[in-house]
Design a protein around this ligand. Structure first.
Ligand SMILES: [Zn+2]
Length: 113
């Protein structure tokens, strides 16, 4: 996948944000990763560890919160968690479902000084 590029982007975002807020060292980064985001948490962790260096990110710990895929049936309106990529409504078996969440990938918050 594209976790390397993603991690580089995240780090650039963090660096820019930290500069704005006068933060010189980041201790913790909390990332939200949806199961449909296309990024693998293990690979993100690996890339983060491999790339982090310097004063700002060298000591940062990456914390990943995985989000389930949530969908809503367009036929009966039921909301449900999609498991094993089975996009069928558990109530009425309709296949027309809307993905409500699970595609997200963003920095929820970070902690630094
Ligand atoms: Zn339904």
């Amino acid at each position: 996948m594209h976790e390397l590029a993603l991690t580089q982007n995240l780090m650039e975002t963090l660096a820019a944000s930290a500069r704005q807020q006068g933060i010189s060292r980041i201790n913790l980064v909390h990332l939200v990763v949806g199961r449909m985001s296309g990024a693998l948490p293990g690979a993100l962790e690996f890339c983060f560890s491999a790339l982090k260096r310097g004063d700002l990110l060298g000591g940062a710990r990456l914390e990943i919160e995985e989000r389930e895929i949530q969908a809503q049936c367009q036929a009966c309106g039921k909301s449900f968690i999609v498991e094993d990529y089975c996009f069928l409504c558990p109530a009425c078996s309709a296949g027309e479902v809307k993905i409500v969440s699970g595609r997200e990938l963003y920095i929820d918050y970070y902690d630094g000084e």
